[in-house]
Write a protein that binds this ligand. Structure first.
Ligand code: AMP
Ligand code: MG
Length: 408
């Protein structure tokens, strides 16, 4: 991971597109702007097949909206919620199955059965209210109504991308209210650039992502909320408590080849908080990457984004976590600091002791006791402290520094 500090606290993190199209050639562009799933959508595609493909994608998304909208009494989801057992469209079957998988993956933090809860807080009607404790306790026992709002846009972006590809499109950007899918590259061949908005200031960005054939989805409490007696209540519920999630995160951006997963996880990880989000990332290496913004403004990105996320904010490498201990130029020991659970000491030559602890490594003692490296410097989960670079204990020729990966 990489941690950025110093983003000031204020209000809003959506992914927005920066169309850096200058210098792009690449043929005909077709675009559709429309309103579906309660949000503004834009699809822009390039190439000779783009026009028809974009119209078809718009039609497909409107079809999903008609199937799943909780605001439309005839939708399949509304009918299920009203006690009917309609024959389900295969897409409805499919998304419900994927929602269940995401529920399992997030230990129930993502839960598509939140309809009654979201309804009680007034987020469908706009008649916002804070339910009483007894009411919430009762609601927690009745999870039988469905709201696909936490996953539908991501699913729709996957299916729209699939459709565009099947109709010959090789370059497109699909933006479904902040759920972005970048298909192929920009017409000139460069990666698509997608900005991640500052959750505390709708006019600012915390950085931008370079994406090719990847989805990027952001969830944040700033997207929909109301205030009562000075307290802000937002639309992402913690299904375990019945209250809006309060995990210390201001926004979660998930990058993945799978837009459905990215959407469900952005919601679920926002509920779970940073620690568990990073754990899940580690347990599922390669499946998704994260940009996490905490309420204090700290920005953390996972290792897989280090070459595709750029930001003007001060950055320190944090959490790739693999360090090497070198003596006389020879690698003696390598360890992933993020995988260390108990502190231990590594002896690098007779009197050089390197203390390795969860997320941290430093010289515990060495012959060069008076040197700054011994007393003040170390590496902490990717960054360094005391010194700007690697820890060097010169007289004893011991170096502790980050290395790309564990040697095989
Ligand atoms: P998103 O913007 O993707 O994070 O989805 C938020 C929407 O998903 C909310 O407006 C609700 O409709 C629904 N929702 C709220 N809390 C949850 C939850 N814990 N799990 C799944 N869906 C949720
Ligand atoms: Mg979501």
């Amino acid at each position: 991971m990489i941690v950025f500090r110093g983003i000031r606290a204020r209000a809003c993190a959506v992914i927005v597109l920066i169309f850096l199209m200058s210098g792009c050639s690449g043929g005909r562009a077709a675009t559709a702007d429309f309103f579906a799933m309660d949000t503004i959508m834009n699809i822009t595609a390039y190439g000779k097949d783009a026009e028809a493909a974009v119209r078809d994608a718009e039609r497909l998304i409107n079809h999903f909206d008609a199937l799943w909208s909780v605001g439309k009494p005839e939708s399949e989801i509304s009918r299920i919620n009203n006690g009917d057992t309609p024959a389900l469209n295969t897409a409805t079957d499919d998304i419900l199955r994927q929602a269940e998988l995401l529920r399992e993956m997030t230990d129930g933090a993502f839960d598509e059965r939140v309809f009654t809860l979201v309804d009680a807080w007034g987020f469908y009607s706009g008649d916002y209210r804070v339910p009483g404790g007894d009411e919430i306790a009762a609601l927690l026992t009745s999870k039988d109504k469905i709201d696909l709002g936490g996953i539908a846009k991501g699913y729709a972006s996957d299916k729209a991308a699939e459709l565009l590809r099947s109709e010959g499109v090789k370059s497109a950007i699909i933006n479904l209210g902040g759920n972005v899918y970048a298909l192929g590259s920009r017409p000139g061949g460069a990666a698509w650039r997608v900005a991640v908005r500052d959750p505390f200031d709708g006019a600012k960005y915390i950085g931008s992502l370079e994406l090719r054939d990847l989805a990027a989805v952001t969830s944040g409490g700033y997207e929909r909320y109301f205030e009562e007696n000075g307290v802000r209540y937002h639309h992402i519920m913690d299904p375990r408590t019945g209250y809006p999630a309060d995990s210390g995160l201001a926004s979660v951006t998930v990058v993945s080849e799978n837009g459905t997963l990215a959407d469900g996880l952005s919601t679920g990880l926002f509920v779970l908080g940073k620690e568990r989000a990073v754990e899940l990332w580690r347990e599922n290496k390669g499946l998704f990457e994260l940009v996490l913004v905490e309420n204090d403004g700290t920005v953390t990105i996972t290792d897989g984004l280090k070459n595709s996320f750029s930001s003007d904010a001060p950055a320190s490498v944090a959490g790739a976590g693999v360090i090497g201990v070198f003596k006389d130029g020879e690698l003696l020991h390598a360890v992933d600091l993020d995988a260390v659970s108990e502190p231990y000491d590594f002896v690098a030559g007779d009197d050089n002791i390197v203390r390795i602890a969860p997320g941290e490594a430093f010289m515990l003692s060495a012959g060069c006791r008076d040197q700054i490296c011994v007393r003040h410097a170390g590496l902490r989960s990717g960054g360094s402290y005391g010194l700007a670079g690697p820890v060097v204990c010169l007289p004893n020729k011991v170096v502790i520094k980050y290395i790309d990966e564990l040697p095989s």
